[in-house]
Design a binder for this molecule. Structure first.
Ligand SMILES: [Zn+2]
Length: 293
């Protein structure tokens, strides 16, 4: 979809989101009159009533208090951001939060997402969850393109474990092994790559609004083992308070187009994140709900 049209759609959908997509988290016990105090945005006054018990001194401005279309941008397989999309304000992440193997070249993130990330990691440390690092942040279109073709070369050279997982043993046996073939066709190789990597222009990392977390004991591999870490347990409870959502939840593969990724967190701002967290919607559903009412 052309950028201008996408922007227009997003702008159109936000007022509807404001009016129709807000659910009151049942365990907040918050009574909102919907009107708020005089002169105040009802949405903002509702969130002002939510009480969080931060251990650290949190700069709530950094958590993006209020919906902002720029932070609700959708990048997925059916809604690519395109080749020219670049976040406006990228900052280099402090190496203290970056895995050692990326510290020389560094990782970058959109400025507001980075500020919120720091607030979140400070709070985690205050609660003694210290084993957590960022292993992936902003990725340019060009970088995603390089990765994609590198993965494709790999899948074309040998039938990988990912190929068996994606295509199934029977399919590979009938179409390749029984015929003495040891290399996948290009179409099959592409299918396998797309099961774990994004086609250039469709990666959410191109928005500069998401990070992949990893812990020291994961040996450098992003796997579902992240689910068993203290960091994951903490994020599951608290990430939304800092504007982050688990972007590819379990059981939502049909909607997000991605298998479960417990390590991938997306910044949308605290308002949207809170709503998404308690409603258990994906970002796709959250945005779609806004446009369908
Ligand atoms: Zn990711």
């Amino acid at each position: 979809m052309p950028m201008r049209f996408r922007k227009l759609l997003t702008l159109l959908c936000v007022p509807i989101l404001l009016s129709s997509c807000i659910r009151i988290p049942s365990d907040q016990g918050t009574d909102t009159d919907g009107g708020g105090s005089e002169g105040k945005d009802p949405f903002v006054s509702y969130y002002e009533n939510m009480t969080y018990h931060y251990q650290t001194k949190v700069d709530e401005e950094a958590l993006l208090t209020g919906l902002d279309t720029a932070y609700l941008v959708l990048a997925n397989k059916t809604s690519p951001v395109g080749e020219s999309y670049t976040p406006e304000d990228l900052v280099r992440l402090d190496n203290a939060v970056v895995v050692p193997w990326h510290q020389t070249t560094g990782l970058t993130l959109e400025a507001c997402a980075a500020a919120a990330l720091y607030e979140m990691l400070d709070e985690m440390r205050a609660e003694e969850v210290t084993d957590i690092f960022v292993t992936s942040a902003y990725r340019s279109y060009i970088k995603q393109q390089q990765l994609y073709y590198q993965y494709l070369d790999n899948e074309l050279s040998t039938i990988s474990e990912d190929a068996y997982r994606c295509l199934g043993y029977t399919y590979i046996k009938v179409n390749y092994l029984d015929q003495g073939k040891t290399q996948l066709s290009r179409a099959d190789a592409e299918k396998v790559v797309l099961s774990y990597s994004a086609y250039p222009g469709t990666s959410e990392h191109q928005t500069g609004l998401c990070v992949d977390f990893i812990t020291e004991d994961m040996g450098g591999n992003l796997t579902e083992a992240f689910e068993d870490t203290a960091a994951f347990a903490w994020l599951s409870e608290n990430a939304y308070k800092f504007g982050f959502i688990l972007r590819y939840p379990k059981g939502k593969e049909d909607i997000t187009g991605y298998t479960y990724e417990p390590w991938h967190y997306r910044f949308v701002g605290r308002e949207a994140a809170t709503d998404i967290h308690f409603s258990r919607l994906t970002l796709e559903q959250y945005l779609e709900n806004g446009t369908s009412h």
